[in-house]
Design a protein around this ligand. Structure first.
Ligand SMILES: [Fe+2]
Ligand SMILES: [Fe+2]
Length: 245
């Protein structure tokens, strides 16, 4: 499948399916069948030919999406704060990195805007850990940049490895729904298709950040292994907590 070609082998080996034991959801494009039938009638009235029936998501699938949007919003907030905290220190000692830091920040700000809109639109509860992640992300950005350019880049490498893998799990999950819909002669809701496309694009941009970090000597950070391992563990823990809390 398409996404396999865009992921480093190390990420593919680590892909895991997120947990899906969560609270009720309010995603409007996942509304009950009766509401969906009305919407379908309204949207197809006046058009020629029957529309394919829409694929109805199970409760577990709806919970997966709510969890995904909550985690993604928190992750993108953290990413913007990491770059905000890193940029002044990195740019002061390495002015040539200003355009790269701005480019990565701008992409993260764009991601955050998207998830803020999706979370608000579908009335998904943001993580209760939001204030904690704000402090933790700012500290992570500041402290790694204080260690030097290589450590700042190692932070990006670690974070994007986990986040890229996380987005890939989400893409893989929704693709499995799409395949299931096709087998039934149905199709995904247009908004869900658009969400899949958005997740793919953002995943690719996160992996681009990972490539930038490696190209800018993330592997030269000292001590590389403990630093990257701790940050990756922190990311995985934050993801797991934000899925539920
Ligand atoms: Fe991002
Ligand atoms: Fe990123």
């Amino acid at each position: 499948m398409e996404f396999i070609h865009t992921l480093p082998r190390c990420l593919l080996a680590q892909c895991r399916r997120p947990s899906t034991t969560l609270s009720p959801v309010y995603l409007d494009f996942l509304a009950p069948t009766a509401v969906r039938a009305q919407r379908r009638y309204a949207s197809t009235a006046g058009t020629s030919g029957p529309a394919k029936p829409r694929y109805t998501l199970s409760k577990k699938q709806r919970e997966f999406l709510e969890s995904a949007l909550r985690v993604n919003q928190a992750g993108e907030l953290a990413a913007t704060l990491i770059y905000t905290a890193q940029t002044p220190q990195v740019v002061r000692s390495h002015p040539h990195l200003r355009p790269l830091m701005k480019h990565m920040y701008d992409q993260e700000a764009g991601h955050l805007k998207i998830f803020n809109q999706l979370v608000a639109k579908h009335a998904v509860r943001p993580t209760a850990m939001y204030p904690i992640w704000e402090v933790a992300a700012s500290f992570l950005g500041w402290s790694t940049a204080a260690l030097g350019r290589e450590a700042a880049m190692a932070c990006t490498e670690a974070v994007e490895t986990e986040i890229g893998s996380h987005y890939n799990d989400q893409v893989r999950e929704i693709l499995s729904w799409e395949a299931d819909a096709e087998r039934r002669g149905e199709e995904l809701d247009d908004e869900l298709k658009e969400m899949l496309s958005t997740f793919r694009r953002i995943r690719d941009e996160e992996l681009e950040h990972l490539d930038h970090a490696v190209a800018n000597d993330s592997k030269e950070a000292k001590p590389y292994d403990p630093l990257v391992d701790v940050i990756r563990l922190g990311c995985r823990t934050a993801i797991k907590i934000s899925e539920r809390v």
